[in-house]
Design a binder for this molecule. Structure first.
Ligand code: C5P
Length: 239
């Protein structure tokens, strides 16, 4: 199989076509961005670590019955994935108050929520990824009610699996963002990445932040934090 033309370049990844109709070739970049691209940096080793962590977590989810786009990890920075059309909804699951939830609702960061909650954002950089609900999704025809129900249920199952697996490794899953895609035959599956770029992971004992908040909030030692997550997940570390 060959890597063909660049199809799309995102903030953290490049997506290439391949000689196989149903497969894409993904390359993780070292670019870090925050606040809708306003803050930018190159952080050497981030692509390798995110590829490693995302491959481990997507493999775990597949083993637990969550269909997703990962076919296999190809190299330190590359993955082979199933071709999907990304549904433009960012699905956020929260176990604890943090980030935009704390800011918007005035709830102290770290507070345990009575139950996990699911939020939807319209994936549109020009609009700044606005918060949306089921009615907006229906009106904008982003997903059918049946698809949205599947997305919500899957997101909560992913939360159960990740929270248990990371919890056993001394990591609190505070919140995370998922994206879903549609295969050529109309199946909705989990896609994109699951990494410290897209999740809030805290050390369970110290509450130390082991995720992209280290970059967003200028806390330093981002690579060390991502490396710690990779290590606790049993990953091989290449940086
Ligand atoms: O900023 P906010 O608190 O809404 O983020 C919730 C979760 O979603 C965090 O884990 C964050 O890393 C993730 N997120 C993301 N991409 C975005 C927005 C949020 O991965 N565009």
């Amino acid at each position: 199989m060959e890597k063909l033309d660049l199809l799309y370049e995102g903030k953290a990844k490049r997506v290439y076509k391949t000689s196989e109709e149903d497969l894409y070739w993904i390359e993780y970049k070292d670019d870090a961005t925050a606040f809708n691209g306003e803050k930018k940096a190159q952080i050497s080793g981030k692509g390798v670590l995110n590829n490693e962590i995302s491959s481990i977590l997507l493999t775990l989810l597949k083993e637990k019955g969550i269909e997703n786009h990962l076919v296999k990890k190809l190299s330190a920075t590359e993955q082979l994935v199933r071709q999907v059309e990304i549904i433009p909804i960012e699905v956020v699951v929260r176990n604890r108050a943090a980030g935009s939830f704390s800011k918007r609702l005035g709830v102290e960061e770290g507070n345990l929520l009575p139950k996990p909650i699911v939020e939807f954002y319209y994936k549109d950089d020009a609009l700044g990824d606005p918060f949306i609900n089921d009615d907006h999704i229906a009106i904008l025809q982003l997903a059918s009610p049946k698809e949205l129900e599947l997305i919500r249920e899957t997101a909560l199952k992913v939360n159960d699996i990740l929270s248990a697996h990371l919890g056993e490794r001394g990591i609190t899953v505070v919140d995370f963002k998922l994206e879903f895609g549609k295969t050529r035959d109309g199946q909705v599956i989990l896609a994109d990445e699951i990494s410290p770029d897209t999740c809030r992971f805290w050390d369970a004992k110290t509450n130390e932040k082991l995720d992209k908040d280290r970059f967003r909030r200028d806390l330093g030692n981002l690579i060390e934090a991502y490396q710690e997550i990779a290590k606790r997940l049993g990953g091989e570390i290449h940086v």
